[in-house]
Design a protein around this ligand. Structure first.
Ligand code: ADP
Ligand code: ZN
Length: 605
């Protein structure tokens, strides 16, 4: 099409737009109804939407019929409208302004048409996404380096090459190697994906364009796609550079095969635009696209095809060494007390992500500041950790003496079971200071990260969980609800032991999947086995729990002096730490009185 033809077409369309608009205007002359009628309909849930203009209202009912009315007191009606979830739109009641706008609209349309036309003349694409307020200014200089990202040595190895290809593209192309284009970083939230992408840009000293996948999915159809094009145009102009798309699953999720969640047109258009842009690179345009997701399974396979995000780098939660390194990185930013053992702290936070560790360091510094300390020490870390994982201590909550005693024996039951059984994680701390919703706590910390669990370990875990309830039973001969969480966890382990790990004697090494996670977090319980088997499974689980319960009962009865000693220490001191627990244990073994020893230790500390 020649440019003149394009121009004529635009003008014709503009003209049609003006005619259409006038037809629409003439249709909108709603009938009037009384205020009380309006309110009645609202209450009966028969109104879909209202348009407010000063005191006047144009209401649309479920049959798409409109009528107008007058609201004497808007302030009292608004809450009702909101409650009925009626769509509310409003405009200022300056009549003249509205009328002016209406009369201006055709002119504005023509003007708009002309603008588009003239842009086309200049060879530029019409760009409706512009003027959305956000353009893609890269941060001038990214001052993040690989050294800021700790504990991800494997991922780092793969990504050094990417930096190379950015800083030294000739080397890559002359060798005939191809420069990676799309890299997918996959890992749990807070594992440092964003940080790593920044570090790549920082190491290569190239601009960094960052956008969240959900930013693309805007209200207005077509905007997402045009923003993708905008972003790539801008990036190409500044190549070499990096585009970082966080949460790519927001646009790159599997395309709907007609699922029930309504129209995903907008998302699909955006995704298609992204694919088109990624496929349309020239080889001399070194733009590397790094995307992050924590749901790689949700991604549309089209994204993972060769030439697109064909490099996938998984970032796992840090292991104990990694956590130590991440601690080191962040501890540099605060004043640490001398002799603080970071390895020890790292060991005590299994499962923490990089972001959680950064948060922990920050909280520890706050704890120290609160106490006017000049440096952050281990105790601050302990408290910060407990605060993060359990909520703040509720020291001023008044717990009656009876509940305190029950809690002391309950926690002692957990701790002693853990101490006396082989192959268990060491007890780090026992406390009866209430926290969050818990009345007390026994904290065990594994010496190393565990990746596999033996049957014995799992059985002992069940016994430790039951130990609280068993201790109450032995000492008070009654049960409390305080143990309900323990019972849930114990049952969970028992059923996984039987169904998932195939570790029960009666049923053997067969996996009986009980529940499958549905795709969007829902669960579909499909039982691929007979009712009879289901009965056997249930029986096996409860038999297992019962056996564990009985054995724990026996264990704690045989060592009930230990139980009393520890409970007393808890009632006096509220918290018993690892060393103090050891002292209590020694006192029990050697049948000595405990008070002097503990007091002695306290004075030293
Ligand atoms: P993600 O993008 O995977 O959700 P982020 O990169 O946003 O995680 O991490 C958030 C913050 O957590 C980072 O800014 C950094 O302070 C900290 N962090 C995460 N991982 C690491 C790591 N491996 N080393 C150092 N700090 C980390
Ligand atoms: Zn408990």
């Amino acid at each position: 099409m020649s440019q003149i033809q394009t121009g004529l077409l635009v003008l014709l369309l503009t003209f049609l737009g003006v005619v259409g608009y006038n037809v629409y205007l003439s249709e909108v002359t709603p009938v009037e109804r009384s205020y009380s009628e309006f309110i009645e309909l609202v209450k009966e849930n028969k109104i879909k939407a209202v348009h407010l203009k000063g005191g006047a209202v144009v209401a649309t009912d479920l049959q798409e019929h409109s009528f107008s009315s007058y609201i004497p007191d808007l302030q009292t009606v608004l809450p009702l409208l909101k409650k009925q979830q009626i769509t509310i739109t409003a405009e200022s009641d300056a009549e003249s302004w509205g009328g002016f706008m209406k009369s201006m609209l055709p002119i504005m349309l023509i003007l708009g048409g002309y603008l588009i036309f003239s842009r086309n003349q200049q060879g530029g694409k019409p760009d409706f996404g512009k003027g959305k307020g956000k353009s893609f200014h890269p941060k001038k200089k990214i001052d993040v380096s690989f050294d800021d990202v700790a504990g991800i040595s494997e991922a780092r190895l793969e990504l050094v090459e990417v930096v190379d290809s950015l800083t030294n593209p000739e080397k890559f192309s002359t060798l005939g190697g191809y420069i990676p284009k799309g890299i997918l970083l996959q890992g749990s939230p807070g594992t440092g994906k964003t940080l790593l992408a920044k570090a790549i840009a920082g190491e290569a000293s190239v601009p960094f364009y960052s956008i969240g996948g959900s930013d693309f999915v805007e209200m207005f159809v077509g905007v997402g796609a045009s923003r993708v094009r905008e972003l790539f145009t801008e990036a190409k102009r500044n190549a070499p550079c990096i585009i970082f798309i966080d949460e790519i699953d927001a646009i790159g999720g599997k395309r709907s095969g007609g699922n029930a969640s309504g129209s995903n047109d907008e998302r699909e258009q955006t995704l298609n635009a992204l694919l088109v842009e990624m496929d349309g690179f020239d080889s001399d345009e070194t733009v590397i696209i790094i995307a992050a997701t924590n749901r790689p399974d949700m991604l549309d396979p089209a994204l993972l095809r060769p030439g697109r995000f064909d490099r996938q780098v998984t970032i796992a939660l840090p292991d104990v060494k990694g956590r130590r390194k991440i601690l080191e990185v962040h501890a540099k930013k605060i004043v640490m007390a001398r002799g603080t053992d970071l390895s020890d702290i790292a060991r005590s936070i299994p499962g923490f992500s990089g972001a959680e560790i950064a948060n922990l360091v920050n909280e520890a510094a706050l704890m120290a500041a609160r106490k006017n300390k000049t440096a952050v020490d281990t105790l601050d870390f302990e408290e910060a950790k407990d605060k993060i994982s359990l909520g703040l201590e509720r020291k001023n909550v008044v717990i009656n003496e009876k509940d305190r005693r029950v809690t002391a024996y309950h926690e002692a039951g957990h701790a002693i079971t853990a101490k006396l059984l082989p192959d268990t994680d060491p007890v780090r701390k026992i406390t009866i200071i209430p926290r969050g919703r818990a009345l007390g706590l026994t904290q065990q910390v594994p010496l190393d990260d565990r990746y596999t669990y033996s049957r014995e370990y799992l059985i002992n875990r069940i016994k430790i969980l039951l130990g609280g309830r068993v201790a109450e039973e032995i000492v008070f001969a009654h049960q409390t609800t305080g143990a309900s969480n323990d019972i849930v966890s114990a049952t969970d382990i028992a059923s996984r032991l039987v169904c998932e790990f195939g570790m029960s004697d009666a049923l053997g090494p067969v996996a009986y999947s009980q529940e499958q996670d549905g795709f969007l977090g829902g669960t579909t319980s499909s039982k691929p086995y007979s009712e009879k088997t289901a009965e056997r499974i249930d029986h096996e689980i409860s038999a297992l729990i019962e056996q564990c319960y009985n054995e724990t009962y026996e264990l704690l009865t045989n060592n009930n002096k230990f139980l009393h000693k520890l409970a007393e220490a808890l009632l006096v001191n509220e918290t018993v730490d690892f060393e103090e627990f050891e002292i209590v244990h020694q006192c029990y073994i050697n049948e000595i009185k405990i008070e002097e020893n503990l007091r002695h230790k306290r004075r030293e500390g």
